[in-house]
Design a binder for this molecule. Structure first.
Ligand SMILES: Cc1cc2nc3c(=O)[nH]c(=O)nc-3n(C[C@H](O)[C@H](O)[C@H](O)COP(=O)(O)OP(=O)(O)OC[C@H]3O[C@@H](n4cnc5c(N)ncnc54)[C@H](O)[C@@H]3O)c2cc1C
Length: 415
């Protein structure tokens, strides 16, 4: 873990917009490096988006370095295995040990966790102890005056900053200022989700595994969460509706609507979908890859820069990578030359997150293959699932801090 240096007089005024997973991780990562930041969050109290999150080694290694390892372990479940199943027969298509035999930690040097979002937020915000956190501050406008950013909030507050970091999620105000447009896109898919007590799932095989149940035009993903693995978080994704007309990403549904895409599926899937009353459908939105992540003295991180489909479970994980990258760069002299710092940051983050964004789209198709594609293509899909560790190990093996060090060392050698 990084030691926390004595409180420094950071000459740079850093304003982080959004107290989500990214904003809180960034504030903590800066703090551990002796730099201060003010976090402005619109909610009056820290809000949850989605019920749970799966954290992979590319994020847990950073959270451990921030000193959060024990706190996180206490509220998380390590999945026994990663399993892909046929959604209707329940047959195992491919399976890989995770906790079993210590396989995942041995390969990636850090754990894989299922964690309730409220618990993750608690671990992050508990460590911050509220320092620099300004709740009830919804950013409505930003403007650059010389080298200073002027921020206006809905509550009437006006603040100046030397650097603004937009961690304000998929519908980011900071992104609109940087890119001049919204660039948020409905993916054509939607989801139902829930956290179900384990006791309500008697038909579920391998209850502590992370499992994808695949079928025509739909899939269901679930994993156990909590220190005692006493609940299962599920996320059931279906194709459609074609258009998303609601202003928001949630709409009400009719009774039984959530089950329509899963007719004839395995009893464990139906049991999970029906365990609790379902009243809402989530539209899945993404951002188109951005050409520029920064403008003037403002820069994006997390969903504001690269909101992605959740099929690699990497939205939060790549956001944590962004946060650590920014903190490392700022601590490594970036504060003295912000333009250079932001160029380096974009250089480090853009290609990786874009590749994962694209891969998540491709994975959606694989998870939802209809029977009409024929036996040969379905067999090809199964063969690809069986290659998961070879094909996607690079996502989990990534070390954000090492990547920054490598770039800085490379530049020094070239200078
Ligand atoms: C249902 C669901 C399940 C998911 N599961 C996973 C998973 O298993 N693994 C994974 O890695 N990712 C997952 N994701 C993606 C993950 O949640 C996001 O990628 C991640 O939360 C992004 O973090 P962020 O800090 O960029 O944005 P957010 O967590 O969205 O936080 C943004 C914050 O900014 C605040 N804000 C917004 N606008 C303003 C404003 N104008 N002024 C001030 N504050 C503002 C919001 O209130 C919020 O607190 C999932 C997403 C969903 C929807």
């Amino acid at each position: 873990m990084l030691p926390t240096p004595p409180a420094s007089r950071n000459p740079l005024r850093v304003a982080v917009i959004g107290g989500g997973i990214g904003g809180l991780t960034l504030a903590l990562a800066l703090r551990r490096r002796g730099l201060a930041a003010a976090v402005y969050e619109q909610a009056a109290e820290l809000a949850e988006i989605g019920a749970a999150v799966a954290l992979s080694a590319n994020a847990t290694r950073e959270l451990e370095r921030l000193g959060l390892g024990a706190g996180l372990a206490a509220v998380s479940t390590e999945p026994t295995e990663l399993i892909y199943r046929d959604g209707r027969s329940g047959a195992r298509v491919a399976a890989f040990p995770v906790r079993d035999g210590g396989a995942y930690r041995a390969r990636f040097g850090a754990p894989y966790y299922g964690v309730h979002r409220a618990d993750l937020q608690q671990v992050l915000s508990g460590s911050l102890a509220g320092e620099g956190l300004h709740l009830g501050h919804r950013l409505t406008a930003l403007d650059q005056r010389g080298d200073v950013m002027a921020l206006t909030f809905a509550n009437g507050a006006e603040v100046e900053a030397d650097l603004v970091i937009g961690g304000d999620g998929v519908r980011s105000v900071v992104r609109r200022w940087i890119t001049g447009g919204e660039k948020v896109r409905y993916s054509g898919t939607s989801a139902f989700r829930g956290v179900v007590p384990m006791g309500l799932l008697p038909s579920l095989p391998d209850p502590e595994a992370i499992q994808f149940w695949m079928g025509p035009d739909a899939h269901l993903l679930h994993y156990a969460i909590g220190g005692e693995a006493d609940s299962v978080n599920f996320f059931a994704v279906v194709e459609g509706p074609e258009m998303w007309t609601s202003e928001r990403w949630l709409t009400g549904i009719a009774a039984g609507e959530h089950r329509a895409g899963f007719s004839g599926w395995h009893p464990a899937v139906i049991e999970m979908l029906d365990a609790l009353p379902q009243t809402q459908r989530w539209g899945l939105f993404v951002t188109d890859p951005l050409r520029r992540w920064h403008r003037g003295r403002a820069v994006l991180m997390g969903d504001s820069a690269h909101a992605m489909l959740p099929h690699h479970g990497q939205g939060a994980n790549t956001t944590i990578e962004d946060a650590v990258t920014l903190a490392e760069l700022l601590a490594a002299g970036g504060a003295r030359d912000l333009d250079r710092m932001m160029r380096r940051y974009q250089g480090l983050r853009q290609a990786r997150t874009r590749t994962i964004q694209r891969s998540a789209w491709a994975t959606n198709r694989l998870l939802h293959l209809p029977d009409s594609v024929g036996a040969a293509e379905l067999a090809q899909r199964d063969a690809r699932m069986a290659r998961f560790p070879e094909d996607f190990g690079w996502i989990h093996a990534f070390d954000a801090r090492a990547a920054v060090a490598e770039v800085i060392a490379g530049e020094s050698r070239a200078a």
